[in-house]
Design a protein. Structure first.
Length: 154
C-alpha cells in the first residue's frame, strides 16, 4: 500500500533542513530502473550548519546517533528537492553509514541506528528497514556521520 510519506513527516513533527548543493563532481541522486541511489549525505541542521565532531574524542554515542538521525532528515530533504515529494519511495533497500571516530571507538552500529530508526519511523517497520553496513573512518571537514542509501521506487 502506497503511503503519503510527506504527511507522515508532518505527523511526526520532523523539520527537514535545506537540501545541500553538491560540493564535488557527482549527482546527489540518480535513478536507475526502479531504484534511487542517494550520494553520501551529512548532518545539516535546519539553519544550514553542519554537525561536526569525532566519536570517541569530542562526542559520545548518543550525540553521534542524533547526528545520524539528522543525516536522515538531510537525505529526505535531498530526495524531496529532486522529486518534489516523497511518496514515490517504496522502501529503503541498502544503507552504508560511515562514522568519524577514533580507532578505539567501536559503537558504529549504535550510531547509525539514528538514521535507521528515522527511516523506520517515516516509511514503516517493513519498508523503512533494509540491509546495512556501519563502519568507522576519518571523514572530511570533521563531519560526524555520512550515509549513502539506495531506495526502491513505486
Amino acid at each position: 500500500m502506497k503511503q503519503d510519506t510527506d504527511l507522515r513527516i508532518i505527523e511526526l513533527g520532523l523539520i527537514l533542513p535545506p537540501a545541500p548543493k553538491p560540493v564535488g563532481v557527482y549527482k546527489p541522486v540518480l535513478i536507475v530502473d526502479k531504484f534511487l541511489y542517494v550520494s553520501g549525505q551529512v548532518p545539516f541542521l535546519a539553519d544550514g550548519t553542519m554537525m561536526k565532531g569525532k566519536l570517541g574524542a569530542d562526542m559520545d554515542t548518543a550525540a553521534g546517533k542524533m547526528a545520524a538521525r539528522q543525516v536522515g532528515l538531510t537525505m529526505l530533504s535531498t530526495i524531496k528537492a529532486h522529486f518534489g515529494e516523497l511518496k514515490k519511495i517504496k522502501r529503503i533497500v541498502k544503507t552504508l553509514g560511515m562514522v568519524n571516530c577514533t580507532p578505539e571507538f567501536d559503537s558504529h552500529p549504535a550510531v547509525i541506528n539514528g538514521f535507521s530508526e528515522l527511516m523506520s519511523e517515516v516509511f514503516g517497520e517493513d519498508n523503512g528497514v533494509g540491509v546495512r553496513s556501519a563502519v568507522g573512518t576519518m571523514l572530511p571537514m570533521n563531519i560526524v556521520v555520512e550515509v549513502e542509501a539506495m531506495f526502491e521506487l513505486y
